[in-house]
Design a protein around this ligand. Structure first.
Ligand SMILES: [Cu+2]
Length: 364
């Protein structure tokens, strides 16, 4: 019996190997809707109220749709940089594989789904695009011949479209994330940017960031993986942290789509976390902007008013120690409410009436 188990286990592992190998291929992902963003936005909606107002997990639909779905694709590869004294220095780097025209114009390459899920309509993409197609001319509008911001390599999945069963599971356009790897390698190899492509999202956004490892063409003896780590930024899940010991790392010839929420506004940086002193210092580091929610408060609107409303709804009226006693008593599971219980209701009422005098730092 023991022998049989050993044989079966070995067989199982042998069967799993091609599965793992098969899982390594280029692919992009940019959904047009999620639970939090049921309808694909083409611009950043104004902030009108909290996304979720309940206190027991996420309902199926948000109370207010805030932010949008954003997508971006980057390559991980290698190459040489010419130093000031002419020295050629070998580097690892991330390069742009979406938003090419925007990046060439000095903007972030982060796209809305309608921009990202666009098939390139011009002649076949060439190495070095957009500069190649554009002729690398300078002038007031150097990229007039290359207006493309979509995901490099994205093409309809013809195999799936030709199969009635498979076709029923994908959009009629055939765009299910299937890519033409040749175009990705043509554009992604030896096209690293230092610093890495800028990622700019808005607070409340959902970001789908695809990393495609195009390999080390200048050092074929290497077979390095790459990851994306949002430095000092909270993850939607540790699965997307990019620390290879605790999450996934992307092999050569493979893509992986990271999923991020944008809970904190600010300026951060992101980098590859494979042997970080090596890959990071060799050039795999870029900037991350998370634009604050206050940018989207309607004209003449007040962010303070919006936040105050939210605090009153979610915390204040329910669980805050300074909330009226009858409501607070429903929230005894909250530690702040337990502390607050020691205070007298008369004192709480006094505080509630004098709310405007309390420092804002007291509310969290
Ligand atoms: Cu790396």
């Amino acid at each position: 019996m023991k022998k049989l188990c050993q044989v079966l286990l070995t067989l199982l592992f042998v069967c799993l190997v091609p599965l793992v190998v098969n899982a390594q291929s280029f692919r992009v992902q940019c959904p047009t809707s999620t639970i939090t963003h049921p309808v694909a936005a083409t611009s950043e909606p104004a902030y009108t109220g909290p996304t979720y107002t309940g206190t027991s997990g996420y309902p199926t639909a948000p109370a207010h749709v805030n932010g949008a779905i954003k997508c971006q694709q980057i390559s991980g590869g290698d190459g040489y940089a010419t130093m000031g004294d002419g020295t050629q220095t070998y580097l690892f780097s991330f390069g742009p594989l979406s938003g090419l025209t925007k990046i060439a114009n000095g903007q972030p390459g982060t796209d809305f789904p309608y921009e990202f899920n666009t098939v390139y309509g011009g002649p076949t993409l060439q190495p070095g695009d957009p500069a190649t197609a554009d002729g690398a001319v300078s002038g007031p509008n150097p990229l007039s011949t290359f207006p493309y911001n979509g995901a490099v390599g994205l093409v309809p999945d013809l195999d799936c479209l030709s199969d009635p069963v498979c076709r029923a599971t994908i959009p009629s356009s055939g765009l299910d994330g299937h890519v033409d790897p040749r175009q990705m390698l043509d554009v992604g190899v030896m096209n690293g940017n230092i610093p890495a492509p800028l990622i700019a999202i808005d607070e409340d956004d959902e970001l789908f960031l695809t990393l495609s490892n195009v390999g080390m063409v200048m050092r074929p003896d290497l077979f390095e993986q790459h990851t994306v780590h949002f430095h000092g930024y909270p993850n939607a899940s540790s699965f997307y942290d990019g620390v290879p010991d605790a999450s996934v790392a992307i092999n050569i010839g493979g893509s992986f789509t990271y999923y991020y929420l944008a809970p904190d506004a600010g300026t951060y940086f992101w980098h590859c976390h494979i042997t970080p002193p090596e890959h990071l210092q060799m050039g795999m580091v870029g900037q991350l902007y998370v634009r604050p929610r206050q940018n989207r408060v309607p004209v003449n609107g007040s962010l303070y008013g919006a936040i105050r409303t939210r605090l009153r709804r979610v915390h204040w009226q329910r669980c805050h120690p300074m909330a009226p006693c009858t409501i607070r008593s429903r929230c005894l599971q909250s530690s702040t409410a337990r502390q607050g219980k020691r205070r007298s209701c008369a004192f709480l009422t006094w505080m509630f009436r004098n709310i405007r005098r309390w420092p804002r730092s007291g509310f969290r």
